[in-house]
Structures are given as C-alpha cells and as structure tokens.
Ligand binder design. Structure first.
Ligand SMILES: Cc1cc2nc3c(=O)[nH]c(=O)nc-3n(C[C@H](O)[C@H](O)[C@H](O)COP(=O)(O)OP(=O)(O)OC[C@H]3O[C@@H](n4cnc5c(N)ncnc54)[C@H](O)[C@@H]3O)c2cc1C
Length: 462
C-alpha cells in the first residue's frame, strides 16, 4: 500500500504526458493526469496535426494548375477558409476524444484543471484548490510561442496558436522567423492565396539544416512568389487603417499587411508552476534540467518533452515517456536515444533529413564523400512546373558509413522515415550501391549515385 493518493501524477495532457499516464495506468498503477486546456496537447490541438491538414489544403491550387499538363480541365475553383477551420476542428476534436478514451480505458483519472507543484510529492489542482499526493510526478507541460514582449506592437501580432483559427483568411501576412514553423506557415499561407512575406534575421532560412536544403528551399519559395527578406528584423508594429498592420524593419522598410505572425521559437511552460517551491532546477531558458533518465534534481519528480529543452518533437516526447515508464515501473533503466532523429519540414517542396548536414559532418570527419543529385521530378515534365528535387548523401570515407541523408522534394518527409531506419542500422554507401532501384521513382536516385559529386577533406571541398 502506498501512502500517496497516486502512484504517478502527470501534469500536462500532451504527447509525452498522455503516453506516460496511459502506459502506467495500463500496468495497474494508480494514475492521475491534469490538463488545463485540451488533451492531445500542442501536437494535436495546435501543432503537427492541424499544421499538416493545412499543408494539404494549401497544395490544391498547384494540383489544379498541374492537372492541365495531363489533359484535365479544372473548372473554377474557390477556397473557403471557414470550411477548412471547421473541418480541422472536427478532426482535432475527434483525436482529443481518442486521447481521453485511451486514458480512460487504461484506468487513469482524467482531471480537467491546471496543476502546480507545492512540494516534492504534492500537487495543487487549481480548478478545485484540492491537494493531491503522488509517489512520482511527471512534468510534461510543453511550451508556448515566444511572445517577444520587447517588440513595440507585439500585442498586435499573432503566433502559430492563433494562426489556425483566424476569423478571416488575411489577404497578406508577414511572418517573422526562419525556423521550420515560420517556413511551413509561409508556404501554407502562400498556397492558400495569401500574399506572404517572410522576414528573418539570418542570411538564409532554416539555420540548422544542410546548406543545399536551405538554399534550394529558399530559392523555390521565392520562385513561387513568397517574398523572403533576410538579414532584417521587425522593429515596430502599429495599427494601420482598416485594422491593418504597419510594420517597420531595422533596415528601414515599411510594410503594410493584414496580419503579422511571430514564429521566433518556443518558451517552456515553467512560469508559475511551483518549481521554486518544490526546488526543481531550471536552466537559463526556463527549461527543466533533467538527467539521462528524465529525472529532475528533486527525487520523485521527472520532466519530459518540450519542457526539458532537448529535442522539441512529438516522437521524442513520446519516446522519453516510454523510457521513463521502462525505467521507473519496469525495472529496466533506459535513457532516451536522441541520435539520428529523422525529421521533416512540411514546406512545399518538403525537406526530409536525417543525420549530419555537410557542414556538421565536415567538422567531425576528415574525409567525406558527398553524393548529390539535382533533377526535375517526373511529374514536372508534363505539368511544366519549374521545380527541382535535391538529394544528398554524406558519407564518411573512412568507414563508408552514411552519416547524413537529405532530400528536398515532394514526399521527402515520408522518405526520411525510411532513411532514418537505414542510418540507425549503420548503413554504408556500399549498401546503397547494392540495393536495386524502384523505377520510376524519385528515390531511385538515392541508390544510383555511384560517383561522389565532390569530397570534403579537412573541412575543404576538393
Ligand atoms: C506549429 C507547430 C508545428 C509542429 N509540428 C511538428 C511536426 O510536424 N512534427 C513534430 O514531431 N513536432 C511538431 N511540433 C512540436 C510538437 O508539437 C511538440 O514537440 C510536442 O507536442 C511536445 O509534446 P509535450 O508532451 O512535451 O508537450 P505538449 O504537447 O505541448 O503538451 C503539454 C500540455 O500541457 C498542458 N499544460 C501546460 N501547463 C499545464 C499545467 N500547469 N497544468 C495542466 N496542464 C498544463 C498544455 O495545455 C498542453 O496540453 C510542432 C509544434 C508546433 C507549435
């Protein structure tokens, strides 16, 4: 018999929290889980899922245009933003229901409330002011978009949270940021017919990605008609005529747009969570500091997912939750494996990537072989669309291991998943060479690049 109300109490009903609670409850543990907003968390309610649905919506106008090259005549088309928002809402509500049902079926107690720590084993449920105790507490509260309080007029701007549910589709939008969320939304809004500008302080979008992917995508976005302003930032936003926004940039440009969206990173949801009271340590970004087993400095308190500032992705939060359960409830210590995470940018075209960029690999290995192909995808031959697919393998010449694989092109995210399996298994370039191609596909290029395009020795391209 435990002296606590719960064996496990989870704060936050997102990707990591729900998985922790469901697995522990399924093992017969007494579990409580508190969510202050909607079960499913960022991913289901205002992240990956609605984002991908909007990506699909935004691709249709190119499909309609491309159809002509294949003999189709497409009649007059019209886009209804409100219909898309309603359809999205119905789908995320369905998913939210599934999350609740999964918890319920496993036997977890679902609590619709904010929860805060009041001590190492005690949590306060703010909806009822009730105190509950637990042997173990998992903090999986995620993060929220950086509000950029220093920017005059920041309150006139939206973030990704609001972008999904705007009352009207704006005619024009300025998006500030160069990370994957900014880039994806720029492509979504452009695809839906919005005059879109992206402003980013760096030299080129997507700073942590392979150079070829960054350059290729930026060029493709510009060619589509998205205006990309680099090496500049917004310094002031003011309310203009007719509810529009007048934006001033550091370089002195003035833009008048319907909406300004800030996509400048995310902040962990650790404010007013009672961390100081419980003695839980955070870092300079406000993220909870954990060890390899998601343990905080306070025994019995764990943290996982975005709030820990490791890798902010849904599968990572879920994996960390599974490792936590394995370690704490199954007596099998497992630390999350965050090496070689395959990931995608759902831009148009997409980026799919796993492993090291050429720049990172050049710092790590003395002798690299780079295999690179740039070609027009088959569909574009008849559609007439001017676009390029880029595929790239980075190989450590020393042991022939493929240390990075990068694709810019349609369905690159789908391809990255399978490349992830291969790289995780330690695939060599010779394995690629002896693999038969699937013809005709874009991916066959990956197994038919027999000669290196160039080598990088001691950091220098030769
Ligand atoms: C626009 C956007 C697009 C994204 N796209 C992708 C993608 O394509 N692929 C991908 O892998 N990842 C994507 N992500 C990231 C992904 O959504 C997160 O990495 C993931 O949701 C993190 O899960 P989590 O469990 O740590 O936190 P979350 O899912 O954020 O869940 C935390 C939950 O805790 C709740 N909460 C907070 N404080 C409290 C409290 N005190 N009491 C009770 N409840 C509380 C919140 O309401 C929230 O529901 C995207 C994120 C955004 C914003």
């Amino acid at each position: 018999m435990t002296a606590f109300d719960y064996d496990l109490f989870v704060i936050g009903g997102g990707s990591g929290g729900v998985r922790s609670a469901r697995l522990a409850a399924g093992m017969g543990k007494k579990v409580g889980i508190a969510e202050e907003f909607r079960f499913g968390g960022t991913c289901v309610i205002r992240g990956c899922v609605p984002k991908k649905l909007y990506v699909y919506a935004s691709q249709f106008h190119e499909h309609f245009e491309d159809a002509a090259g294949f003999g189709w005549t497409v009649g007059e088309t019209r886009f209804d933003w409100k219909a898309l928002v309603a359809a999205k809402e119905a789908e995320i509500t369905r998913l939210e229901g599934l999350y609740r049902k999964g918890l319920d079926n496993a036997g977890a107690t679902i609590l619709q409330t904010r929860a805060v720590l009041v001590g190492p084993n005690t949590v306060r449920l703010t909806a009822t002011d009730e105190l509950v105790t637990a042997e173990r507490i998992v903090i999986a509260v995620g993060g929220h978009p950086t509000p950029h309080f220093d920017l005059p007029g920041h309150d006139l701007c939206i973030t990704s949270n609001e972008a999904f549910d705007l009352a009207e589709l704006p005619k024009s939008i300025l998006i500030s940021g160069g990370g994957y969320i900014a880039v994806e939304f720029a492509n979504i809004f452009h695809g839906l017919g919005v005059e879109t500008t992206l402003i980013y302080r760096g030299k080129q979008i997507l700073s942590r990605f392979d150079q070829d992917m960054r350059a290729g995508l930026q060029a493709a976005m510009i060619a589509k008609g998205i205006r990309v302003i680099c090496e500049d930032i917004i310094t002031h936003v003011a309310e203009g005529e007719g509810g529009r926004r007048t934006v001033t940039t550091k370089a002195g440009e003035t833009l008048v747009v319907d909406q300004v969206m800030l996509a400048l990173g995310r902040v962990p949801n650790t404010a007013r969570l009672g961390l100081e009271t419980a003695g839980v340590r955070t870092n300079e970004k406000g993220a909870i500091v954990v060890d390899d087993y998601s343990r905080t400095n306070v025994p019995g308190i764990f943290a996982l997912g975005d709030v820990t500032d490791r890798v902010q992705l849904t599968p990572v939060a879920i994996h960390e939750a599974m490792c936590f359960i394995e370690t704490e409830f199954r007596g099998n210590p497992v630390s999350p494996d965050l090496d070689l995470i395959a990931t995608a940018v759902f831009s148009q075209p997409e980026i799919g990537t796993v492993g090291l960029s050429e720049e990172e690999a050049a710092k790590k290995f003395d002798d690299l072989e780079v295999y690179r192909a740039e070609f027009r995808p088959m569909k574009a031959t008849l559609s007439g669309r001017q676009e390029k697919t880029i595929m790239k393998l980075i190989v450590n010449a020393g042991d022939r291991k493929v240390v990075g694989a990068h694709i810019l092109g349609h369905e690159a995210g789908e391809m990255a998943q399978l490349l992830g399996v291969s790289l995780k298994a330690g695939v060599t370039k010779d394995d690629f060479d002896r693999t038969m191609a699937v013809h005709p596909t874009a991916t066959e290029e990956l197994v038919t690049m027999y000669q290196p395009s160039y080598r990088v020795r001691s950091g220098q391209r030769v």
